[in-house]
Design a protein around this ligand. Structure first.
Ligand code: FAD
Length: 515
């Protein structure tokens, strides 16, 4: 085994080290790099050294020049692909503590949602409202916005971001650590902070630490339900009623400050081969009338469906959710753990869309065809997850943060997975064709609301990057990928890029480009 080098830039791992292969891949096994080396860094000073060394050393292979940063490795596109020469891995930087100087909670970029449970919630009783996957890294999750089951009540994670420390590379190739706060005197620093409130990861520098103020208390308990309708009982009309009822409920309760802000729900439209469509909902059990509010929501979704929601236990593949179709009161973190697993053993493709209106009939019909049709062996492990949006998420004014979608009611997360031993062509074709058909009226993609006369959609989520948005075969609109994620804010992000990453050191297929 080649000995790792340990110096001022942390631990340097090269091919021949037993850790190399594991550190070359992301959560999705399709995403593999073959870098010259990987740097495991433990503090901000090591990040500065490692980055300065990486940007100043000679490059021997012109096909591999990129320096990539990885925190949780959840990215499912080529953020860490074959053209990467150096990976700076943040996973050892996972501390979480109260910082009295900042009067804020400091979270290092390599901490995961799982670390936060222990190091934030157990220590302080506070939570970040976004994120339901224990292995997602804060370094990628925060600049993507950060959405989770508590967001309708408390907003996105970035709505609580006070400051960020970033290692940036100047024109002279020197690396500096800068701290950007939302009230920095220097306008450029304020803009750098803003770019971290939704401008996406891997664009401006290496984020080393984040500080959060006014984080909410975790609910002591939540009232939780997970049930579903057997696919065998579902026909096209029933499917349309479930999807329509769900969308109308959150359209009605889109504004912040209403009684349903503490309620979140996820309608998981699985492929027919999975046996049942799932509905998961939770409400803070401490709010007055929680049981009634949840009951009214469930009644609204069930209206005129004509078949009962049932337990999701066997044979529907969710033994841990068995018997929960009758709402139960659970400690808050039990639900977070119930929903969490992301295994790293399956390859996958993800797509996303925001909705400002319930799904129109033609989209519901397209979903029905995509999910109810039996495509042997193809769509077995597929789900279109419709998450409730709105409430406190819709409180910030446009432009206050870099998340442009502040009037949406639903967020759609399209997912298909397949075994790592397979190439997945059929699965990829399935999800691409379904998505293109869903937005056929607008060139195969969900346009931002401001580009539509009578808006239905509001673009895509940078937390689920999708390289197809940059491929004319799948995006026939004349709206480029960056407008779908960032809308009118892209030019502002480009100005931040020009100021803080003038050499375009931080780049990947869908990174913010220099103007
Ligand atoms: C199964 C699944 C479920 C998800 N569920 C949710 C959810 O419930 N809510 C939600 O909001 N999002 C969700 N996401 C999206 C997830 O939050 C984003 O993909 C996020 O970017 C992952 O961050 P990471 O650090 O784990 O990934 P990484 O792959 O490590 O990083 C993602 C991007 O950020 C960059 N980056 C990472 N760390 C740094 C850093 N320190 N400095 C600069 N750039 C950095 C990377 O270069 C890359 O471009 C989910 C994703 C998956 C795969």
């Amino acid at each position: 085994m080649t000995a790792a080098i340990v110096d001022a830039g942390g631990i340097k791992i090269c091919e021949g080290d037993r850790r190399y292969a594991a550190l070359c891949r992301g959560l999705d096994p399709r995403r593999r790099a073959r870098p010259d080396y990987i740097r495991l860094v433990s503090d901000s000073a090591q990040v500065r050294h490692a980055l300065e060394q990486a940007v100043n050393e000679p490059v021997s292979d012109p096909s591999r020049t990129r320096i990539a940063v990885r925190s949780g490795g959840h990215c499912h596109e080529d953020a860490c692909g074959e053209d990467v020469r150096v990976v700076i891995d943040m996973s050892l930087m996972d501390d979480v503590h109260h910082d009295p100087a900042m009067d804020a909670v400091c979270v290092e970029a390599g901490a995961t949602d799982g670390d936060l449970r222990k190091k934030l919630w157990l220590r302080t009783g506070k939570v970040m409202p976004g994120g339901s996957f224990p292995s997602a890294g804060i370094g990628g999750h925060v600049p993507a916005g950060g959405f989770g089951l508590l967001s309708r009540q408390h907003g996105l994670t970035v709505d609580h971001l006070y400051a960020v420390e970033v290692a940036v590379v100047g024109r002279d190739r020197r690396v500096r650590l800068v701290t950007a706060t939302r009230d920095s005197r220097d306008e450029h620093l304020r803009e750098l902070w803003w770019a971290h409130t939704g401008g996406g990861g891997g664009n401006f520098g290496i984020s080393t630490r984040f500080w959060f103020r006014d984080l909410p208390d975790a609910p002591e308990r939540v009232l939780f339900t997970a049930g579903g309708w057997k696919w065998a009982d579902i026909d096209k009309e029933r499917f349309a009623r479930i999807v329509g009822n769900f969308g109308r409920f959150f359209a009605e309760h889109r504004r912040p400050g209403g009684p349903y802000d503490p309620l979140s729900a996820s309608l998981q439209l699985t492929h027919r081969s999975q046996g049942a469509i799932r509905l998961i909902a939770q409400i803070d059990a401490g709010v007055p009338g929680a049981r009634d509010l949840l009951a009214r929501f469930l009644a609204a979704v069930d209206e005129d469906v004509g078949v009962r929601r049932r337990s999701l236990g066997e044979p529907h593949g969710c033994p841990t959710l068995s018997g929960l179709h009758t709402p139960v009161v659970l400690p808050w973190d039990t639900v977070e753990r119930l929903l969490g697993p992301a295994d790293g053993m399956r390859a996958g493709k993800h797509k996303s869309a925001y909705m400002v209106r319930p799904l129109p009939d033609e989209q519901v019909e397209t979903l029905w065809r995509g999910l109810a049709e039996d495509v042997p062996g193809v769509a077995r492990d597929a789900v279109v997850q419709i998450d409730s949006y709105g409430g406190a998420i819709n409180r910030p004014a446009p432009g206050e943060t870099a998340v442009m979608q502040r009037s949406s009611i639903l967020r759609l997360h399209y997912q298909v997975h397949w075994p790592i031993t397979e190439q997945g062509e059929g699965h990829l074709r399935w999800i691409r064709e379904l998505y293109r058909s869903m937005y056929a009226a607008t060139g195969g993609v969900p346009l931002p609301a401001f580009l539509q006369d009578d808006p239905v959609t509001d673009g895509c989520c940078i937390g689920h990057p999708d390289a197809d948005l940059d491929d004319p075969a799948w995006n026939a609109s004349d709206v480029p990928w960056w407008r779908l994620y960032y809308g009118r804010d892209y030019r502002r992000l480009q100005r931040v890029k020009e100021r803080w990453d003038p050499l375009d050191v931080f780049r990947h297929p869908q990174s913010v480009r220099l103007p």
